[in-house]
Design a protein around this ligand. Structure first.
Ligand SMILES: Cc1cc2nc3c(=O)[nH]c(=O)nc-3n(C[C@H](O)[C@H](O)[C@H](O)COP(=O)(O)OP(=O)(O)OC[C@H]3O[C@@H](n4cnc5c(N)ncnc54)[C@H](O)[C@@H]3O)c2cc1C
Ligand code: FES
Length: 336
């Protein structure tokens, strides 16, 4: 099996030919930087000093001409063809509390949440815990590359639940929505991700999501509801959709202890033309604008979690920075 050596850290670990340098490093308990795990963000760059790697995903969006010229690759996509020596900035905070494991999940239940979001529940062949807010890579037969999906439950090792939005024409979501049946198996690899619930923080939580970003925010809310740390803390959940039929999440939060006293739900739709014709009497606008409307002057004191499509995540980030929220209080995943 290929050996990967990081001379600056005096470390060597094994990476089999079906694994990538980043994932094998995380499995070995190392702290290597990353974010998306699917070749899009570019945060997992490694420099190959000797040996050869090939990218799992051909021309991943996070890899550019400058990287090629400098022998830099994306650790999440780089498979070694033999022993390699690499340079990578090791960072302790990326070390996984639950080491990622490759296993399979058997579909045990499916439940509709909206017209295009569905919860898929999988029983794991090799149970593994996760931190609320983390994600896994899910692979289906016939489609190259796993897709990242965040778990919606709060860390139960034997079953991982995913709330997934159908992407029209999407390769993996088409299989999940149109072909997969209870009893079928998928590949699962995880947990991954840094946007997990920091239970030790005494600050109020602001959880924001739009569209497919529902799942990790629900996971964090579930863990928050079960936590006995800092009982005076509050969690504010803001969900944004385009039209009334996209709005969801409240019925799930209502089942949690503390809903209405320490857990609060707010939502808005962004398509104002639709609001009038559908008789919508709730708020209109975008998630970050609603956050400012509700929490102006308090945002910098909150622990802020968000997930969703990159334009929404960027707008929330901009809002949080404008309102002087420290970077250490921002925890997010962009759903590339
Ligand atoms: C950290 C993270 C967490 C996410 N969590 C959720 C969630 O909880 N719920 C949800 O609905 N969506 C989530 N997503 C989005 C999800 O991963 C998919 O992008 C989406 O479901 C579309 O997949 P598709 O195959 O149906 O669409 P397609 O259009 O076929 O695939 C598009 C996506 O797949 C990726 N991709 C394409 N080819 C490859 C390849 N060879 N290898 C790896 N990746 C490839 C691209 O990044 C692209 O965004 C998350 C994304 C990220 C990065
Ligand atoms: S973690 Fe590798 S490109 Fe995002």
């Amino acid at each position: 099996m290929p050996q990967i050596t990081i001379p600056s850290a005096n470390i060597t670990f094994e990476c089999d030919e079906h694994d990538t340098v980043l994932r094998a490093g995380l499995r070995a308990g190392l702290g290597m930087p990353y974010e998306c795990n699917v070749g899009s963000c570019g945060n997992c760059r490694i420099e190959v000093l000797s040996g050869e790697v090939v990218h799992e995903r051909e021309n991943p969006p996070g890899w550019n001409e400058r990287d090629k010229a400098r022998n830099r690759y994306l650790g999440c996509q780089a498979r070694p063809t033999g022993d390699c020596t690499i340079k990578v900035p090791m960072r302790q905070e990326y070390k996984s509390q639950f080491l990622p494991v490759r296993t399979t999940g058997k579909l045990v239940a499916i439940e509709d949440i909206t017209h295009d979001i569905r919860e898929f529940r999988f029983a794991l062949a090799a149970p593994n815990g996760f931190l609320p807010g983390q994600y896994a890579l899910l692979g289906v037969p016939g489609v190259a590359g796993g897709r990242a999906y965040s778990m919606a439950n709060a860390g139960e090792p034997g079953q991982w639940d995913f709330q997934i939005r159908r992407v029209p024409g999407g390769e993996v979501t088409s299989v999940l929505f149109d072909k997969l049946q209870v009893g079928d198996e998928v590949g699962l690899d995880g947990p991954y991700g840094m946007a997990y619930f920091r239970d030790e923080s005494p600050r109020d939580l602001l959880c924001m999501a739009g569209g497919s970003g529902l799942s990790p925010m629900i996971s964090i809310a579930r863990a928050f509801a079960a936590s006995t740390m800092s009982p005076e803390r509050k969690l504010h959940f803001i969900y944004g959709g385009r039209t009334p039929r996209d709005i969801c999440g409240e019925s799930i939060l209502k089942t949690l202890p503390g809903f209405g006293t320490r857990i609060f739900y707010h939502c808005a739709i962004s398509d104002t033309a639709h609001a009038d014709s559908a008789g919508w009497t709730g708020r209109t606008g975008f998630v970050p604008d609603l956050a400012v409307e509700l929490f102006e002057g308090k945002i910098a004191e909150m622990e802020i979690y968000f997930a969703g499509p990159p334009p929404m995540a960027d707008a929330i980030m901009k809002m949080a920075i404008t309102h002087k929220a420290p970077a250490a209080q921002l925890h997010f995943d962009k759903f590339y």
